[in-house]
Every structure is written in structure tokens, then in C-alpha cells.
Design a protein around this ligand. Structure first.
Ligand code: ADP
Length: 327
């Protein structure tokens, strides 16, 4: 039985879970709050589909804050924070976050972007600056960077380049909290938060502690990315963060020489997933050389080629998001 098929079976029963294959065992971790009857049914179905394999189900209890609202991190001058998230890395989450932030700023909104992706902080590269430690003029607050006309801060400023990062949840969250809440952002209409990929402890803590107005899920069209995207979506739903919608990145490729369209990673998977989970589909971003080169060179396409079809794709999504937030 393939890992994908097993995940599909588990998803029929539970929204948020983790699954590991250890030797000849399939170990599934779910919340202690889940229905025991459903767990038995899942175990039965997986045992049938995986003959000779042991199925272990582990329950974990979630610690609930007694007064979660009181304990949210304080960002008094920021009207809305939106999470840009993906279930897995490499789907173009940071590229999407940066271009969306710039497209939102083009709507005359005061925009900031925060790079919380501790596993691969790429915001400074994408906005064209060096991730040097932030400066403080008053000894109390940090000054945000101001490249490409938006205020930004990256957890990369706190990590030495070329250092592999093995931060545990609490340490990573502590560093994010400090940089986020001690930065002098000024008045911000929308802050875009480039989340770390995945659905582990860090993502759970961030979605509890940050007062998100909504979350945007970025996925590529193929099934394997979408399974992870659904996990991300369910994490936010569970944490009561509204889902603003799903974006399909690297949706299709048009050959510039012959105009042939190639659906390299399949097509429309994200739209179908959005329909299935009853959330909005925000739009498609094509796979294109210019998006890659510009985002890796510090000249994001929305800024360097604002009239290109690619920049327009981000602009159309930004308009939908701004409207959902009441701008
Ligand atoms: P993630 O944040 O999900 O890890 P990145 O945004 O860092 O992903 O993107 C991974 C790579 O894919 C980068 O080199 C980026 O330039 C490239 N990329 C992202 N989106 C596109 C796109 N639509 N077309 C072409 N390249 C893209």
C-alpha cells in the first residue's frame, strides 16, 4: 500500500494528524479529543489495506490556553495579519508571500511582511537585502527593513548564513515573538506572514499566539502537495483562523517559443481541493522563468515587471484578499 493511499484513507477520518512508517509499523498520531469509534474504523480499514503491517494509533492531548485571547502577541498598530502557509516546502510559498505583499502595497495599503520561515528564511534574498542583524535606535525596538517600499523583517536576521538551524519549537517561537513584537512597524494595514512550512508544534503555536485575520494556503497542483496543503488548511481551521483561500502556484507553463501549454505538475488540483473543502480558490500563478529569476535576484516580479501577466496574476489575488479583509 502506497503512503499516498494510506494518507487518503486517514484523511477520510481525521483532519489533523501525523503519520510515520517505522519498520513494519504505521504510526498515526491524532488528537486525544478525536472520536474513539472513528479511530477503530480507521484502524480496521488500514489493517485491511496493509496486510502484515501493524497499525499503531497514538493520542496526544492538546494544551488549551485558559484565556487564549489575553495571551496573543501584541501588535497594536497592525490592523490585519494574514498567514501565507503551505503544507510542504518548495511550493513557492515565500515567492507568493513577497509578490502578494507588493501587490497589496500597490493597492495603496500600508503593508509589512514578516518572514517566520525558520527552515529557509528567504525574504531578504527575495527583496534584495542582506539578512544583517536588525538595528535598534532606542535600545528597545528594532527598525524594520524598508526594501521595495514595504516594511519587512526576517528571522534570517537572527540566523547566521549557511548555518543549519535546529531550533526546537519554544526557542524558534521565542525568537519569532521577539522580532515580531519588538519591531517598530508603524501603522500597518496588512502584515503578510511567511509561515514555516508544515503543521508541527511551531505552526500550531504561531497560529495560537498571532491574531491572524486569515490564512492563505499555497500549493502546487499535484496530489502529494495537496495532501499537505489540506493538513495546513485543517490546522488553521482547528485554531479558528479563517481560511481566505487556496492559491495554485506553478499551475501551468506556456512555452515562450511555441506557445504550447504544459501542465507540468498537473492542473486544477488546488481548485478541486478548495471546492472539496468548501474554501475559496484565489487563483493560479503560472510557472515561469521570470518569476524564478526575479524572486531569486531580489527584484520580485510584481515590482520589476508590474505590467506582466505574472504580476497581474498576483494583483488579482491581492484584490480578492483586500476585499475579504474589508478594504
Ligand atoms: P517555499 O517558500 O515554498 O519553500 P520558494 O518561494 O522559496 O518556496 O520557491 C522555491 C523556488 O521556486 C524558488 O527558486 C522560486 O524562485 C521558485 N518559484 C516559486 N514560484 C515560482 C513560479 N511561479 N514560477 C517559477 N519559479 C517559481
Amino acid at each position: 500500500m502506497s503512503a499516498k493511499k494510506n494518507e487518503e484513507i486517514i484523511l477520510k477520518y481525521f483532519d489533523t494528524y501525523s503519520v510515520k512508517e517505522i519498520a513494519n509499523r504505521l504510526v498515526i498520531t491524532i488528537s486525544a479529543k478525536e472520536d474513539a469509534k472513528k479511530t477503530e474504523q480507521l484502524k480496521e480499514e488500514l489493517s485491511k489495506e496493509n496486510p502484515g503491517r501493524k497499525i499503531n494509533i497514538i493520542y496526544v492531548s492538546e494544551k488549551k490556553d485558559t484565556s487564549p485571547n489575553e495571551q496573543k502577541w501584541n501588535l497594536p498598530n497592525v490592523k490585519h495579519i494574514i498567514a501565507v502557509a503551505s503544507g510542504k516546502g518548495g511550493v513557492g510559498k515565500s515567492t507568493t508571500a513577497v509578490n502578494l505583499a507588493l501587490a497589496l502595497a500597490n493597492l495603496n495599503l500600508k503593508v509589512a511582511i514578516f518572514d517566520a520561515d525558520i527552515y529557509g528564511p528567504s525574504l531578504p534574498t527575495m527583496l534584495g537585502y542582506k539578512a544583517v542583524p536588525p538595528i535598534s535606535e532606542d535600545g528597545e525596538t528594532f527598525l524594520p527593513f524598508k526594501e521595495c517600499g514595504i516594511a519587512s523583517m526576517s528571522i534570517g536576521s537572527m540566523i547566521k548564513e549557511d548555518t543549519s538551524l535546529i531550533w526546537r519549537g519554544a526557542k524558534a517561537c521565542g525568537a519569532i515573538q521577539q522580532l515580531l513584537t519588538q519591531t517598530n512597524w508603524g501603522n500597518v494595514d496588512i502584515m503578510v506572514m511567511d509561515m514555516p512550512p508544515g503543521t508541527g508544534d511551531i505552526q500550531i503555536t504561531l497560529s495560537q499566539k498571532i491574531d491572524f485575520s486569515g490564512a492563505v494556503i499555497v500549493s502546487t497542483p499535484q496530489d502529494i502537495a495537496l495532501i499537505d496543503a489540506v493538513k495546513g488548511l485543517n490546522l488553521f481551521k482547528k485554531m479558528d483562523v479563517p481560511i481566505l483561500g487556496i492559491i495554485e502556484n506553478m499551475s501551468y507553463y506556456i512555452c515562450e517559443k511555441c506557445g504550447h501549454r504544459a501542465d507540468i505538475f498537473g492542473h486544477a488540483g488546488a481548485k478541486e481541493t478548495a471546492e472539496k473543502y468548501n474554501v475559496d480558490f484565489l487563483g493560479e500563478i503560472p510557472l515561469h522563468y521570470d518569476i524564478r529569476v526575479n524572486s531569486d535576484c531580489g527584484t520580485p516580479i510584481v515590482q520589476s515587471a508590474p505590467d506582466s501577466t505574472y504580476a497581474k496574476a498576483y494583483a488579482s489575488i491581492a484584490e480578492k484578499i483586500a476585499e475579504k479583509l474589508g478594504f
